[in-house]
Design a protein around this ligand. Structure first.
Ligand SMILES: [Fe+2]
Length: 257
């Protein structure tokens, strides 16, 4: 599937309060439109989370855990790992709804999940509970793409009973934090819509998960320096199948762009 139009809505919560607008959005997302919902959280909040996670990223040993009920929140580094379904290079900080949430991350961002569920046509609280629901769970995943090497191959994600939209929030400023690359969706004529060019920290983007998308290499001509934490931050509002769920297919890597 290819990206169609970008529709910008200034008030993040307006889809939650307007059933007609929501019904229209559901149809448009299915057909390939992208929705930009402005200011789901503040710029200041994005900066605070970046600082907090940078300290964790610098000072903790990265580890991977399979997504299974009761698994811990974790910091992981994927450095073009050949075992991943979609090849990429980034730090990832994942949070699950069954763990204690001292920073109230899920509370702070719940409206984004409510919109995502609205796009799917399921109750707004679905997948946000302390146990998996129909073999799926919400996962808040902050991702950092380091300059010089960070990126993610073009791919499509599954659309099924758990989600229609791939949902991310911008957390960096292109032109300040990094200069080249970033998230994109692909149009039918091959043109890439660079999402960091049209959003700022706190803005949420919903695209049909099956629209070809990826992350072009961040400042590919600069020297990589993992500890500098210079590069691009974003927040992924994932709904994932847990281990053992074979009903939903895997994401499909479409190669580097
Ligand atoms: Fe994706």
């Amino acid at each position: 599937l290819y990206a169609r139009n970008v529709i910008v809505i200034e008030d993040h919560d307006s889809l939650l309060n307007n059933p007609d607008l929501a019904a229209e959005a559901r149809e448009n997302i299915k057909a390939g439109d992208c929705y930009v919902l402005k200011n789901a959280v503040s710029r200041y909040y994005c900066r605070q989370m970046r600082e907090y996670l940078t300290l964790i990223g610098r000072n903790s040993l990265a580890n991977y855990h399979a997504i299974a009920e009761g698994c811990p929140n974790f910091h992981r580094i994927n450095r073009w790992d050949p075992r991943a379904y979609v090849k990429g290079c980034f730090h990832q900080f994942s949070f699950f709804p069954w763990n204690q949430d001292p920073l109230n991350l899920f509370e702070k961002t719940k409206n984004v999940y409510h919109v995502k569920n609205l796009m799917t046509g399921v109750p707004k609280e679905k997948f946000l509970g302390a146990k998996p629901d129909e073999g799926c769970t919400a996962r808040l995943s902050f991702q950092f793409y380091p300059k010089g090497t960070g990126g993610l191959n073009k791919h499509e994600d599954p659309v099924d009973y758990h989600q229609v939209s791939a949902t991310i929030m911008t957390m960096s400023v292109k032109g300040e934090d990094f200069f080249e690359g970033g998230s994109y969706v692909e149009k039918e004529n091959g043109e890439l819509v660079m999402l960091d060019d049209i959003t700022g920290p706190g803005d949420v983007i919903h695209t049909n998960a099956q629209v070809n998308h990826g992350v072009l290499p961040i400042d590919p001509h600069t020297k990589e320096d993992w500890l500098s934490f210079e590069g691009r931050w974003m927040l992924l509002f994932a709904i994932n199948k847990v281990a053992g769920n074979t009903a939903i297919r895997e994401a499909k890597d479409l190669g580097s762009k």
